[in-house]
Write a protein that binds this ligand. Sequence first.
Ligand SMILES: CC(C)(COP(=O)(O)OP(=O)(O)OC[C@H]1O[C@@H](n2cnc3c(N)ncnc32)[C@H](O)[C@@H]1OP(=O)(O)O)[C@@H](O)C(=O)NCCC(=O)NCCS
Length: 189
Amino acid sequence: MNSNEYQYVSVRPMTPDDIEAVYRIESQSFTLPWSKRSYQFEVNENKSSRPWVAEASLQDGSKQIVGLIVIWLILDEAHIANVAVDPDFRGLGIGRKLLAYTILKAYEEGARQFFLEVRRGNLAAQKIYRDLGFKIEGVREKYYKDNAEDALLMEMGIINQPLLEKYAGEAIPKSMLYDFQTKENENGS
Ligand SMILES: CC(C)(COP(=O)(O)OP(=O)(O)OC[C@H]1O[C@@H](n2cnc3c(N)ncnc32)[C@H](O)[C@@H]1OP(=O)(O)O)[C@@H](O)C(=O)NCCC(=O)NCCS
């Protein structure tokens, strides 16, 4: 692989300075977004929380937060509480990489059962969860307050470490990031 053509989007722990950028992605991604205050709590106060960001290096040398994930770790259980990717950077593998990387980190910390809820209609998210090894284990009917949509409960008991390592280390093609950035600039944003 030619490192001039490919580069890794890096995943690192969320800091208080990231919260503005994280909130921007959050509010573009959910009809019921978490507040900035919630993120401050996750980063500064909640000892069970593992909040992470995905950060891309762009063509002009700047860095940009392009994704977020919050995992709650309680004893050997990990709950994926929230995950989102900047709408301009979706479909590049960033969401799957972010999940795979942080699930492996939670595993290193002792997590052995992984849980999440997902809207029945959210096929993009379900695709990634299935790719990583999650299975549907139940349904909470009319769980979401905004449109009474069902929640699917997904679980993963035994992780497929080599598969997660493959997705966690996946290179995000530079050319794709640049295409996205150029498009954004052309739109004047
Ligand atoms: C769900 C989400 C995090 C996925 O992030 P992403 O970076 O776009 O996903 P990836 O690029 O890693 O996707 C990986 C795979 O899913 C596929 N995929 C991505 N978006 C898709 C879509 N809208 N429909 C169908 N498949 C999709 C990709 O094609 C890829 O599969 P492939 O490798 O077999 O081609 C993102 O869509 C998002 O932020 N959505 C809004 C917030 C949300 O719904 N969060 C989940 C709450 S449970």
